[in-house]
Design a binder for this molecule. Structure first.
Ligand SMILES: [Zn+2]
Length: 184
């Protein structure tokens, strides 16, 4: 199985760091990048072929950004699955893990469930479940099974310490979710 990883938002946070914890300064772009690097390491160690790991503002042929186009690179990579890694933010109260698929009933829902279950089980985050976003660019314009994981809420006092200190655990959980899906 070939896997393509996409840590969310801008490389180095410019211009878009994603969500941010205003008290600790923890930035989504940095957490996502680090977790994706560790996911790649654990997948490779498990014998899974990682064919891409790209953080870019150019999601779908956006000429404003002179960076690789995430969806085009993924579609050209021969990947069987695509995993975009993010942190959530809402009102400083909401917390937990949720994972998005394009639509119910397909392979994306299965993969999203495997990844969501592993994160909830190993980090103890609130299980917000699998949700559907046919409008998300990386779910809509990728040709393979694609999911977007919202690991936890970076603006939450409950989740921020996990995102700050347990990035390795998030990465191991995501990698296990991917191998669980492969073994379904
Ligand atoms: Zn994000």
């Amino acid at each position: 199985m070939k896997v393509f990883l996409n840590p969310g938002h801008s490389p180095n946070g410019i211009p878009d760091p994603g969500a941010k914890n205003v008290e600790t300064g923890l930035r989504e772009c940095d957490v996502a990048k680090n977790i994706a690097g560790l996911v790649e390491k654990y997948l490779v160690a498990a014998g899974v072929n990682v064919v891409g790991n790209i953080q870019s503002d150019n999601l779908f042929y956006d000429s404003d950004y002179p960076q690789p186009c995430v969806c085009a690179e993924a579609n050209a990579s021969g990947a069987d699955i695509f995993v975009s890694i993010h942190c959530n933010a809402f009102d400083c109260e909401a917390h937990g893990t949720e994972t998005y698929a394009y639509a119910p009933g397909g392979e994306g829902e299965k993969l999203a469930g495997c990844i969501n279950d592993q994160i909830v089980k190993s980090l103890g985050t609130l299980d917000r479940g699998v949700k559907y976003r046919p409008d998300y660019i990386v779910l809509k314009h990728t040709d393979m099974t694609a999911v977007l994981v919202e690991t936890a809420f970076i603006d939450s006092d409950v989740d921020e310490p996990l995102l700050s200190a347990k990035q390795d655990d998030f990465a191991r959980a995501i990698a296990r979710g991917i191998t669980d899906y492969e073994n379904l």
